[in-house]
Design a protein around this ligand. Structure first.
Ligand code: ADP
Ligand code: ZN
Length: 602
């Protein structure tokens, strides 16, 4: 909740109340059917004994006429008060009861002056707020609190987070501290100040931080690192100051900074040293050093790229505790699926264990998405429950992005894609130990893939041998190879395959010491914090130009070797390739088993 909301709200209530008062006042006056008379006529009525009583105020004379004939109605009238010294005498003479009232002008003054002023203040306030939100920081430098979110009760508990038991265990201490800070401080225990949650996107880092706040029952302040980096220099730093000020007032509480890398990038990195980011980072460091965790404020942050963070952030007394939030294993995935399946009605045939088994590498967010997609499918099919077929299809959707049936390929393109995909699949079926092929499809999906070969591992893997990596490269090269074999030339469709194949080869040479020529050394200084992530080595390590050339040669040798192997393999299976592609063009989707049957025929 943006913090300023309360104030502007109450001002609007006052304005509304004023308007209501005016309306009600007018309404009462109107219902009394007051007749406005000229003063002269009023005098005539007095003289002709028609007036029953009058009330004289500062500016008006109001009164009742005597009832006429049978009607009991006494007509009400009003007239302007005129300076008339004889009036009292006349009223006495004609037996009119009269009284004077000194009218309070307070209400009128209030309505005629204060109300318009309030309305203007209200409009101004509203406009300022709008302006401040739209053009971030232009008019709100130094007090831009709009994007700091404070949640009193996150309503998230550890029961909502599954599959990350080790991280939960480590965070339990933080919860204990937030619950009873006195106990910790009395014993002089060391209190964590900053905790960095490290892990791939969607593994539940934000969720965990909110769960810690929920379990401890403290306020949760959150802001995203990318929101700190504003156009105007100085705004980010001011925002950091604000954040800490607000949090200190609300202690005990948690401050959570998502995407810490957006502000925490090592200083001086990148093509242009970003002055704004540097100021923001410096302010963050100052605030972190300046607060005493004993007041009950814990800083948490999340990143999926800890290696690019400024080392100053990770120093003792800052984010000195790192908690790994990794993708879950099979048991963890099952637990996550169960957490999310609680919100939907599962059919009796729905087997979450099977789904957990076929989704290694999926993050918590991906799994939540599977349950969601499956539910949408069930709704679309007018089913009462989410069945296994919906879950199965949801997995494919999440793997490949949404089906894009409206993208039309011409016939030539389709043929190419079919042969390309069957090429991948045939290699995967032929090399020992490759992940089994689930299905091959030429229905375009997602943004990039024109077709795809769905290859899912059967188990979680934490180690890979050199042969397995070589086989992976071979499978990736299968697509391009098939195109060349059938059409005589390559197309642009294989670019992504080649990038991935080259990356694996590079990692083999540089990180895993798998090249005989360069020996068992790692030339990559990059930390690889996340298991089994084969990443493109980004920075040049600490080696000579000569070594760099050797690396290039070795990478090329590895890829070429696999290319030769794949070529031989596919040439031998050309008949199967042609028939498989033909089947694929007709059916658009074939299973791995179908292709295996075709291959075994020849
Ligand atoms: P991150 O911050 O790591 O990118 P989030 O915490 O934003 O990931 O996760 C996004 C969503 O995915 C969560 O709101 C939740 O629905 C689901 N999710 C992710 N990880 C888990 C998990 N371990 N257990 C249950 N749900 C999860
Ligand atoms: Zn391909």
């Amino acid at each position: 909740m943006p913090v300023d909301k309360k104030i502007s709200f109450s001002i609007w209530y006052v304005v509304l109340a004023m308007i209501a008062i005016v309306l009600v006042h007018d309404f009462i006056v109107a219902t009394q059917k007051l007749e406005e008379l000229p003063y002269s006529e009023f005098r005539t009525l007095v003289v002709s004994d028609k007036v029953a009583e009058v009330t004289v105020t500062n500016q008006r004379v109001t009164g009742k006429l005597k009832s006429e004939g049978v009607s009991k109605d006494q007509k009400l009238f009003t007239t302007v008060r005129v300076e008339d010294p004889d009036l009292v005498k006349e009223l006495n003479a004609h037996n009119v009861t009269f009284s004077g009232v000194i009218e309070s002008t307070f209400l009128r003054d209030l309505l005629s002056w204060v109300l318009p002023a309030l309305v203007f203040v209200g409009i101004w306030f509203f406009a300022m707020k709008r302006f401040g939100q739209g053009q971030s920081g232009f008019m709100t430098v130094g007090q831009s609190k709009a994007k700091i979110y404070a949640e009193k009760d996150t309503k998230v508990t550890f029961a909502d987070v599954a599959g990350v038991d080790e991280a939960k265990e480590e965070l339990r201490e933080v919860i204990d501290f937030l619950k009873t800070p006195e106990r910790f401080t009395r014993l002089g225990g060391k209190i964590p100040k900053g905790i960095l949650l490290v892990g791939p996107p969607g593994t539940g880092k934000t969720l965990l931080a909110r769960a810690v706040a929920g379990e401890a029952g403290v306020t949760f302040f959150s802001i995203s690192g990318s929101e700190f980096v504003e156009m105007f220099v100085g705004v980010g730093a001011a925002r950091v100051r604000d954040l800490f000020e607000q949090a200190k007032v609300k202690a005990p509480c948690i401050i959570f900074i998502d995407e810490l890398d957006a502000i925490g990038k090592a200083r001086g990195m990148g093509p242009m040293a970003h002055e704004e980011r540097e100021q923001t980072l410096n302010q963050l460091l100052v605030e972190m050093d300046g607060f005493d965790p004993r007041i009950g404020v814990i800083l948490m942050a999340a990143t999926n790229r800890p290696e690019i963070l400024d080392p100053a952030l990770l120093r003792a007394g800052r984010f000195d505790r790192q908690v790994l939030v990794d993708r879950a294993d099979k048991i963890g995935r099952l637990a996550i699926l169960r957490v999310h399946a609680k919100q939907v009605v599962l059919g009796p045939d729905a087997d979450l264990e099977v789904i957990a088994a076929m989704t290694p590498g999926f993050s918590g967010a991906d799994l939540a998405n599977i349950i969601n997609e499956a539910t949408l499918l069930a709704v679309r099919r007018n089913k009462e429950q989410v069945g296994h077929s919906e879950l199965q299809e949801a997995v494919e959707r999440v793997v490949g992005g949404l089906e894009k049936k409206n993208r039309v390929l011409n016939k030539m393109e389709k043929e190419r894609v079919a042969h390309h995909e069957v090429g991948h699949a045939l290699v995967a079926l032929s090399v020992p130990g490759a992940d089994p092929i689930q299905k091959i499809s030429i229905i375009p999906r997602g943004i990039a893939a024109l077709g795809y070969t769905l290859q899912l591992p059967t188990e979680d893997r934490f180690l890979m041998t050199k042969t397995e990596l070589e086989n992976k490269i071979a499978v990736l090269l299968g697509g391009r190879n098939a195109e060349e074999l059938i059409f005589g030339e390559a197309s642009t469709g294989a670019q992504n395959d080649l990038v991935r194949a080259t990356d694996i080869a590079k990692s083999m040479v540089k990180s895993y010491g798998m090249s005989e020529k360069l020996g068992t050394i790692t030339l990559d200084r990059e930390r690889q914090p996340l298991m089994m992530q084969i990443q493109a080595p980004q920075e040049k390590g600490d080696y000579s130009e000569e070594t760099a050339r050797e690396i290039d040669c070795e990478v090329r040798r590895i890829v070429d070797e696999q290319y030769g192997r794949v070529k031989q393999l596919l040439t031998e299976r050309k008949a199967a390739l042609l028939e498989g592609a033909k089947r694929l063009l007709v059916d658009e989707v074939i299973s791995g088993a179908d292709l295996k049957a075709i291959m075994d025929k020849y």
